[in-house]
Design a protein around this ligand. Structure first.
Ligand code: SAM
Length: 98
């Protein structure tokens, strides 16, 4: 288990210009991926699996991280809910680019 405090850089500066969207409280993919790995079970082949509900999907970081892991052979199902159409559009664009 990791400790109580997890340190991740904010999505500021040139290093994150490709990842950052216009969403004001977008979370870093590195952080969300760590959370997925911390809480999803692994199957007998050592791949992460399970289903995650993100009821505040925003710019779609959870979906993006799940799909990137799935491209590596993991099997994570996810559902994202977002109130504002503009952030759904951003999420869909990010997902299309994977
Ligand atoms: C902290 S942001 C999520 C950021 C997201 N993790 C990301 O990386 O982009 C919270 C999101 O929840 C949405 N939201 C707020 N109330 C909601 C509701 N009742 N149902 C669905 N989405 C809601 C907001 O529009 C906002 O985009």
């Amino acid at each position: 288990m990791r400790g109580d405090v997890w340190a991740f850089p904010t999505l500021a500066g040139k290093a994150y210009e490709k990842e950052k969207t216009a969403h004001p409280t977008q979370k870093p993919e590195a952080l969300i991926t760590e959370l997925i790995k911390a809480f999803c079970p692994k199957n007998e082949n050592g791949q992460y699996e399970g289903t995650i509900l993100d009821p505040f999907h925003g710019s779609g970081t959870l979906g993006v991280c799940c799909e990137k892991l799935n491209k590596q052979g993991h099997n994570i199902k996810w559902v994202g809910i977002e109130l504002e159409q503009q952030w759904c559009d951003v999420a869909n664009e990010r997902l299309r680019n994977i």
